[in-house]
Design a protein around this ligand. Structure first.
Ligand code: APR
Length: 181
């Protein structure tokens, strides 16, 4: 199952799948600011990628602020890189949206710096961190669509949603996405 749109020469795609199986050059992770690992997609990526991910995080970084991202190699994953992005815990404050958008944008900036042309993202913050999926999906898709309009170096951004409700919500948000002329 998949839905997609083209933005310039790039593709923005929404699929229902497991992010650890993706063959994009990079995969995004929904990490915490201690970069300590955890459950959900973070646990799945560390299990599939192997111990080199945590070893590299510990060696290179002292945590990561909410709304930002750091990069490691992909270890045993097909993806060559993992971008560990830290989304906000949902609080209901207007800051949530800015921080969630920043987590995606900073991830894409790391891709541009590293000449990475394809990335798969999970739905950051909508699991343990409690962000309502309707709102989070609009922020996620709008943020990456805006980035793609300005940076045609990234050819593919794929959202990989695990459960069917989250997938359907992202499909609906993709249909509603308004792209500037
Ligand atoms: N592939 C794709 N998506 C997945 C996978 C997977 N293998 N496993 C879980 N997900 C989905 C969840 O179903 C949810 O829709 O990822 C989304 C994000 O949920 P969480 O992993 O709970 O992430 P988040 O809400 O950002 O919370 C981050 O959880 O595990 C901890 O260390 C992590 O403390 C951090 C917090």
């Amino acid at each position: 199952m998949a839905a997609k749109i083209n933005i310039g020469k790039s593709t923005l795609e929404v699929v229902q799948s497991d992010i650890t199986l993706q063959d994009t050059e990079a995969v995004g992770n929904a990490a915490n600011s201690a970069l300590a690992g955890g459950g959900g997609v973070d646990g799945a990526i560390h299990r599939a990628g192997g111990p080199s991910l945590m070893a590299e995080l510990k060696a290179r970084y002292k945590g990561c602020p909410t709304g930002s991202a750091v990069m490691t190699g992909g270890g045993n994953l097909k993806a060559k890189y993992v971008i560990h992005a830290v989304g906000p815990r949902y609080s209901g404050s207007p800051k949530d949206a800015a921080l969630l958008g920043a987590a995606y944008r900073e991830s894409l900036e790391l891709c541009s710096q590293q000449n990475i042309s394809s990335i798969a993202f999970p739905s950051i913050s909508t699991g343990v961190y409690g962000y309502p999926v309707e709102e989070a999906s609009r922020i996620a898709l709008n943020t990456v669509a805006n980035y793609l309009e300005r940076h045609q170096d990234i050819k593919l951004i794929r959202f990989v949603l695990f459960d069917s409700r989250t997938y359907q919500t992202y499909v609906a948000a993709l249909k509603e996405l308004v792209l500037p002329e």
